[in-house]
Design a protein around this ligand. Structure first.
Ligand SMILES: *Cc1c(COP(=O)(O)O)cnc(C)c1O
Length: 425
């Protein structure tokens, strides 16, 4: 038994499924997790010393590559002054100023400790501001694990949500309405059926949790128009796309301004950080200014702020990072398109900037229904082949992969060679 298997055998005794987050399990790809010992630049090493080209990047934060020296040093330096004070610090002011400068729709921002918390708090703010109970989300979009967001479409987008997790009260699920991604008609129908009841529409401006599904032309603009007309807020969940599709995220990339935005992942550079922000009149509803309560003992933690600030400052000073990561992504995804085209494989590739996904379905993949047509067993076979040959992809079909500034053309060439061998086997 290898060291990873040994650790996994121990892990399952005391950790549910042996992992602290389900996306780390390898069950969906018919394997057991590799335990990781270290990471540097575009590589990660498992406890047996195998090196992999990493296409997960901790699920998004590592846009500069792992173990980036200036970020590591900022963390070490901050840790030297104490780990947490439970009091206001200068770094939090600098962080808030920087976020508001980089993302024009954000006039005020509150730091939290995860993307889940950011979303949960933004929803509360939207409900507090509008005095309305219901939220519209899209089938296949992931917004963290708060109760209200663990809902997908039941037998159709017009029906009220059914919980997709045990433990979510039916009453909570009823206030979450589910529409189909890229389908404005389904959104209009929900507004028509629930007049004056919908507080907000929350959307991943690029859906990156059902594989990768870009917004159709006009989709985000349409959401902006509908919400404005209906007096509901538009929330962009930019936990993945924030500071990834550019300094101003997907909202800059597509030119649509939401009322509220949630952040996570890149904003903490690998430390547990989230944030939500937006219009001043909405954010002034938050305690201690307004009546919407939201708090956090470790929010704005000085070590986490040091990491996030260092990363955002590097991105601001070196916006060429985006072009470079996107160029490697284009090499990878165009290469995969070429291979599946040559082989006539029933696959399709979606990509935007440094994000993408290879679906084992001929496509097109434009929403959750078309994503679910993917052959997950075929994905599992492909995943295991790639992993055995040193390429660490997402251990599930319905996850995006993430390129970074550290990936090199040689890595992409090597990866395409391995993929070609899979498709010509
Ligand atoms: C990861 C993610 C979240 C949840 O963030 P956590 O830090 O895992 O709680 C929320 N929304 C989106 C779009 C995400 O990708």
């Amino acid at each position: 038994m290898g060291r990873s298997e040994e650790l996994f055998t121990r892990a399952v005794q005391h950790i549910p499924g042996g992992v602290n987050s389900p996306v780390r399990a390898f069950a969906a790809v018919g394997s057991t997790p590799r335990f990781i010992r270290k990471a540097d630049k575009q590589f990660i090493w498992d406890v047996e010393g195998n090196r992999y080209i990493d296409y997960i990047g901790s699920w998004g934060p590592m846009i500069l590559g792992h173990n980036f020296p200036a970020i590591r040093e900022a963390v070490i330096s901050a840790a030297g002054s104490g780990l947490s004070f439970g009091a206001a610090t200068e770094k939090e002011v600098e962080m808030a100023e920087l976020i508001c400068e980089l993302v024009p729709s954000v006039e005020m921002v509150r730091m939290v400790n995860s993307g889940t918390e950011a979303v949960m708090s933004a929803l509360r703010a939207a409900r507090g501001y509008t005095g309305r109970p219901k939220i519209v989300k899209f089938d296949g979009c992931y917004h963290g694990h708060c109760d209200a967001m663990l809902v997908k479409a039941g037998s159709g987008v017009m029906t009220a949500g059914v919980p997709s997790s045990a433990g979510v009260p039916a009453g909570t699920a009823e206030d979450t309405l589910t529409a189909a991604y890229n389908d404005l008609g389904s959104v209009r129908a929900l507004f028509a059926d629930n007049p004056g009841q919908i507080a907000a529409v929350i959307v991943e401006p690029v859906a990156a949790n059902m594989g990768l599904v870009p917004p159709a032309p006009g989709f985000l603009q349409g959401l902006r128009e509908i919400t404005k007309k209906e007096g509901a807020l538009l929330i962009f969940d930019e936990v993945i796309t924030g500071f990834r599709l550019g300094l101003d995220g997907a909202q800059g990339f597509y030119g649509v301004q939401p009322d509220l935005t949630t952040f996570g992942k890149i904003i903490g550079a690998g430390m547990p950080v989230g944030a939500y922000g937006g219009r001043r009149d909405v954010m002034e509803q938050i305690a201690p200014v307004g009546p919407v309560y939201q708090a956090g003992t470790l929010s704005g933690n000085p070590v986490a702020m040091a990491a996030g600030l260092a990363q955002l400052r590097i991105l601001k000073g070196h916006p060429e990072v985006y072009a470079r990561a996107a160029a490697r992504a284009t090499e990878l995804f165009d290469g995969l398109r070429e291979i599946i085209g040559e082989r006539g494989a029933p696959c399709t590739v979606n990509s935007v900037g440094s994000l993408g996904c290879l679906f084992f379905t001929p496509g097109p993949v434009v929403d959750a229904a078309s994503a679910r047509r993917a052959d997950t067993d075929a994905y599992g076979l492909y995943f295991r082949h790639m992993l055995q040959n040193g390429c660490y992809f997402a251990p599930a079909q319905f996850e995006a992969i993430f390129l970074s500034n550290a990936h090199q053309s040689e890595d992409i060439e090597r990866t395409l060679e391995v993929a070609r061998a899979y498709f010509t086997r």
